[in-house]
Design a binder for this molecule. Structure first.
Ligand code: SF4
Length: 679
């Protein structure tokens, strides 16, 4: 059996996989992300790729139909809405699950041909605050980190990241490095004790949203103890004085940490030249997410701990292709190739390259705004591609109602039944992992090929093809006449070369002569380290330290909900839910709570707990443990309305966003909980 080199479809680590049609799944020993390792989700991939539950034919109002009928209906409904209500009356909501080629054509259709920027993505839910923080600090959405830094560092600080469960192979790499170099230190900053904490030398139970206070306090400590790198600041950074002065006004105790804990962390950070600060959803999914990102980056810039081996801030992305999506502009506030919608020169360049009839001139609706516009009746046609917002969005019940309020909804998916698909007028069957070809970019900017190794179900089509089919029926056939994913990728590479003069980071000319079929995993721009020469992407070539203040604490009378993920499940479980051994880890929705809180509620281990917020209520199994912090309840977000009658966790969360990035504050919410009594 010949094995195909492909990439795992789950998290942003982007592990290489050797896969065979007989069900063989192995870690690819040659892939630089994982060197043969896989986690539990990756090793169970073969159990998730059967056709059970698959959407295998287009459906209109639940009835099987042919492709032409379905595509004609989608094209005509979008064309009618644009004609009658303008281009901003339609929207796409897409996904970090899409391959870069899918993302590219969806973005091209919406921004260059329909003429609206109303295309946003579920990646808004996982890393929009990092994007905004990078742009403020570096002048471009450039992720400086590479995985080898995690092995070279002498101190790794994990902030708001349960790496052991959410990016397990990176956790394995750090664990192996720490075993080889026992002097290496790991600090885990997380309100609760997790599997990641087991690897840590120091655990700091930061208060929810206490991160800005913590890192502003670190910046002040670095200044007061003469640990700033003034030569680096003078040569390469602007805004340091303002950031340091404002940080000095922060009371670090707002982080919720003791003076001893703060002193220990600050001394360790200041005394260790090679520090990598890894952060994830606990930082990004917050009303102060962008400020948290910049508070972290400030400390690295202030000490020159960036652009060198074993140093730097490192945002690890949740989804397999969140990075590829942002590279091709698959968000409502971006153009392709990290160019800016607000910049007329950038718009002209992209429109000229596409030879498109129009180009959007301002940012479109970000995820929360998009579904609120649906609820308000402003969106007349909506196409949701490869994602399940009726479960994954905050205030999920209201989002489901908003989708139901749109006159025409198309959903592309691999599954016949999802909470979102059930709200559609048209269902379009997409090819799944193992059946489709394309590229993805992982958290360290490494572009790898996903390759097909399974027969394509007869009626399923790749997402890029479905989007092109609709574009052709809307009258734009010439611009969407690609015959393969390889042709889409070639155009994307050519666009990057055509816009290279704008001085952005994204130059893919390394791929210009590459053979798509044999593309080897490669970091853009040219396997080189960013910022090694101290040059950044702001017009003056300097980075920016950003003056930030901690958010004002909102008193809560109840408990604080902390949402997150399980080790063995992926998002809304449409795929991992098929594998019994993955379900065996944690089999049902649960509430992890502190023993004191359980006692106060009269709840025993395994009892049912009724959890309620302003937006809804759910019933969860009590998991009582001192891993939880008193006053806080952790619950995983995976279970959908179809899998568990107990209710969807994200329906409990208010639709608050970070005002800079538009990222929803999905991590925390205010709840009350009590022992569940059957009526
Ligand atoms: Fe897949 Fe992520 Fe696990 Fe790697 S770490 S096997 S990419 S889920």
């Amino acid at each position: 059996m010949t094995l195909t080199k492909t990439v795992c479809p789950y998290c942003g680590v982007g592990c290489g996989v050797l896969a065979g049609a007989d069900g063989t799944i192995k870690g690819d020993p040659d892939h630089p992300a994982n060197f043969g390792r896989l986690c539990s989700k990756g090793t169970a991939l073969s159990e998730t790729i059967d056709l059970e539950g698959r959407l295998l034919a287009p459906k209109v109002h639940g009835v099987d139909t042919d492709w032409d009928t379905a595509l004609d209906l989608v094209a005509s409904k979008f064309s009618e809405a644009i004609r009658d209500h303008g281009p901003d009356s339609v929207a796409f909501y897409v996904s970090g699950q899409l391959l870069t080629e899918d993302y590219y054509v969806a973005n091209k259709l919406m921004k260059g041909f329909i003429g609206s920027a109303n295309i946003d993505t579920n990646s808004r839910l996982c890393m929009a605050s990092s994007v905004a923080g990078h742009k403020r600090a570096f002048g471009s959405d450039t992720v400086p980190g590479i995985y080898e830094d995690l092995e070279d560092a002498d101190l790794i600080v994990l902030v708001g990241s349960n790496l052991a469960w959410c990016h397990p192979v990176l956790h394995q790499r750090i664990a192996a490095a720490k075993t080889a170099r026992p002097d290496m230190k790991v600090v885990n900053i997380d309100p609760r004790r997790t599997a990641t904490t087991d690897l840590a030398d120091v655990h700091l139970r930061v208060a929810p949203d206490g991160d800005v206070a913590l890192f502003n306090g670190l910046l002040t400590y670095l200044a007061e103890t003469k640990n700033l790198d003034h030569a680096y600041l003078d040569a390469h950074v602007a805004g340091a004085r303002e950031a340091i002065e404002l940080a000095a006004q922060t009371d670090p105790s707002q982080s919720g940490l003791s003076p001893e804990g703060l002193a220990q962390f600050y001394a360790l950070w200041a005394g260790t030249p090679k520090v990598v600060t890894v952060y994830s959803q606990g930082v990004n999914q917050s009303t102060s997410g962008t400020d948290k990102v910049n508070a972290i980056i400030n400390c690295h810039l202030a000490t020159g701990r960036i652009g060198k081996a074993g140093c730097g801030p490192f945002s690890v992305t949740g989804q397999p292709n969140a990075m590829g999506g942002r590279e091709v502009g698959g968000m409502a506030n971006m153009l392709a190739n990290h160019l800016d919608i607000e910049n007329a020169g950038h718009r002209d360049a992209v429109q000229g390259f596409w030879a498109s009839p129009t180009i959007c001139t301002s940012a479109g609706l970000k995820a929360i705004d998009l579904f609120q516009a649906c609820a308000a009746g402003k969106i007349k046609a909506l196409w949701i591609i490869s994602t399940n917002p009726a479960v994954s969005m905050p205030d999920a019940k209201a989002v489901a109602a908003a989708i139901a309020n749109v006159p025409f909804v198309a959903v592309s998916d691999i599954m016949a039944r999802t909470d979102t698909g059930d709200l559609s007028d048209v269902l379009l069957p997409a090819t799944g992992w193992g059946e489709k070809d394309g590229t993805v970019t992982n958290s360290e900017r490494r572009i790898s090929r996903q390759r097909a190794f399974l027969p394509r179900p007869e009626m399923a089509r790749p997402d890029w093809k479905i989007i092109c089919d609709v574009a052709q029926k809307m009258g734009w056939g010439d611009a969407f006449s690609y015959r393969s994913a390889a042709e889409v990728f070639a155009e994307y590479v050519a666009l990057s070369a055509a816009t290279r003069d704008f001085g952005r980071d994204l130059d893919l000319s390394i791929f210009a002569d590459a053979d798509y079929a044999d593309l080897i995993p490669t970091q853009w721009p040219n396997n080189k380290r960013f910022f090694a020469n101290g040059g950044f992407f702001h017009p003056d070539g300097k980075a920016r330290m950003i003056a930030v203040t901690p958010p004002v604490a909102v008193p809560s009378e109840g408990l604080t909900l902390n949402t997150g993920r399980n080790r063995d499940q992926w998002h809304t479980m449409t795929r991992t839910g098929k594998a019994p051994r993955l379900g065996a880890h944690l089999a049902e929705p649960y509430a992890e709570m502190h023993p004191d809180d359980a006692t106060a509620m009269g709840v025993g281990y395994g009892d049912l707990v009724a959890v309620k917020s302003l937006h809804g209520d759910v019933i969860l199994r009590a998991l009582i443990t001192d891993r939880a912090t008193k006053g806080q309840v952790f619950a995983p977000m995976h279970w959908t309305g179809q899998q568990a009658a107990s209710g969807k966790i994200n329906q409990l969360i208010t639709s608050n966003v970070d005002p800079i990035s538009g990222q929803p504050a999905l991590k925390t919410g205010s709840i009350v909980a009590r022992r569940f009594e059957a009526a």
